[in-house]
Design a protein around this ligand. Sequence first.
Ligand code: SF4
Length: 354
Amino acid sequence: MSTTWSALATKALAGTALTRDEARSVLHAPADELLALLDAAFTVRRAHWGRRVSLHVLDNAKVGACPEDCGFCSQSSKYASPSGEAPMKSVDDLVEGARRAHAARAKRYCMVTATRGPSQKVLDTICAAAERIKAELDIELCASLGLLTAAKAQRLASSGVDRFNHNLETSERHYEKIVSTHTWADRVETIQHAKAAGMDTCCGGIVGLGESEDDLLDLAFALRDLDVDSVPVNFLDARPGTPLAAYPLVEPGYALRALCMFRFVHPRTDLRVAGGREITLRALQAMALYPANSIFTQGYLTTGGATPSADHQMIKDAGFELELASGEAAPADPEGVAQIPPPVRRPSLPTVRT
Ligand code: SF4
């Protein structure tokens, strides 16, 4: 292992924060040193997560017609993008989604709504679903519903929602080029409400939004300051009809360096290689398991992704194992999950702009 990268691993393992220049150097690791960098990141990941990989399943509980204008998002009502619209799912549908996630041996099931923040109806549905799922299944629950008040956060926590997701997306400086309908500070406040209510916090961002290297470093260190429990690192998969539609994919080597940088800055955190994994990393997907300890399976909110069977196969082939909601480790089982029927996609209404 290169002395430089092993020294960063030693520092991260000792709990000493990396300097900004050290984090920046990770993004510039020479191609010849990429394996050494991944090895160093893995020593940090292994100290806290072993060889375990947790699977997370997203369920798009309310599709499209969002009043917000996040420039990367095909669910915004501001853009003529093709994700369509569908009303809030029923409690029964959400419970069924959690059963499917559990059958795929996911550690966590995440209910997501395209909303500025949860209406009373959305909150009632999510909370009723959470109570039923927790009574029936051993699975952790996450919700991602937009902006929260302290009271709404409290209601979610007391209904059994373990974790709340709300991403910062990018640096505070770059944010205003991406979103205008709510502020970066609004997002920070929501994470603080979730934390105060006793939920775990999941908060990350997207690489590839036209941000500078300094923006990416700012995001990593801002998340460290917020002391979040989970950091999902997404890679932009540009959606037709959005303002970022022509933005290119992130280079796979840079994506791996970015994941290593996040691991060094967040040694103990549940670090997820999130949306855009398949299309960005392609044949290098398994390499992301060296810095990251969790992945989404069964696709994303508006795009498809690897099946649970394919993800189990990748984990098995790379010599990793699953982490279940109980905290126990279990072997990946590609054949066992191959029979799970794919989620039923509700017909969504095309988005029509006048
Ligand atoms: S990212 Fe969320 S808040 Fe922003 S437009 Fe999409 S659904 Fe709405």
